[in-house]
Design a protein around this ligand. Structure first.
Ligand code: C5P
Length: 236
């Protein structure tokens, strides 16, 4: 799994849109993320199609249910050959362990990472909507440690939390960071954002970038600019 490439979030409405989008990159092998929008529209075969085309695939379905159901879902997903999968840490340790069991039953070696707090969640929403009085960073580090105890490979987190998570878990515990915005680009619905260069210097292990690439006038150029900043740690 080569995380020196930004992971492109293919939040697109159909298999046709997704395959057309990746075809703009001609011979380049990408690391793409299939989330709920595309997976539910195009079906599981979009993952195998992208894999067959030589791309790495992050299947971001954020599983969150009782352990038995998540075990079964993970067993079904194991057939697709995704490189990375997500579950919600809020589902609990037993649920995260069940996800690993389901994948293992299906013979898959996919890495599983946990969502801690969505990067669209602010400190105020944590307090007012989840009734959690703890600082956001404490909630995130607590969930990260729970995920590590369950045997997961890492977490999805904001760049602003990456260093604290590495300190609370281990340096090789993956910190996969969405909410990436090149300087001056639209934040949209994200609350905890960072530039690619900042994410690199703050200890993210991988970055996930959606709209700044998919909605760009020239997605290939936008991808290369963001990749250069991520790899060098210097925003242009
Ligand atoms: O378009 P944008 O760059 O905001 O896309 C970010 C992607 O990362 C989306 O696909 C979103 O679902 C995903 N994500 C996120 N925050 C999380 C976990 C996943 O934004 N905590």
């Amino acid at each position: 799994m080569d995380t020196s490439r930004p992971i492109i979030a293919l939040d697109l409405p159909s298999a046709g849109h997704a395959l057309n989008f990746v075809s703009k990159f001609t011979d380049e092998k990408l690391f793409v993320k299939v989330g709920m929008e595309l997976f539910y529209a195009a079906g599981p075969q979009i993952v195998t199609e992208l894999k067959d085309a030589g791309h790495d695939v992050f299947c971001d379905l954020k599983l969150h249910d009782i352990p038995n159901t998540v075990r079964g879902a993970a067993r079904s997903l194991s057939r697709l050959g995704a490189d990375l999968l997500t579950v919600h840490a809020a589902g609990g340790r037993a649920m995260m362990e069940a996800a690993l069991e389901g994948l293992h039953d299906g013979g898959s070696t996919s890495n599983v990472i946990a969502i801690t707090q969505l990067t669209s969640t602010s400190q105020q929403a944590l307090r007012d909507e989840q009734l959690v009085e703890a600082p956001l960073i404490e909630s995130v580090c607590h969930y990260a440690d729970l995920a590590r105890q369950a045997g997961l490979a890492g977490v999805v987190c904001s760049a602003l939390e990456a260093r604290a998570i590495a300190d609370a878990t281990a340096e090789d515990f993956l910190r996969v960071t969405p909410g990436i915005r090149p300087a001056g680009s639209a934040v949209g619905d994200q609350a905890r954002v960072a530039t690619p260069g900042t994410a690199a210097s703050m200890g993210s292990s991988a970055i996930v970038v959606g709209r700044p690439i998919t909605q760009a006038d020239d997605p290939v150029a936008a991808y290369h600019t963001i990749r250069a900043a991520w790899q060098s740690g210097q925003d242009t």
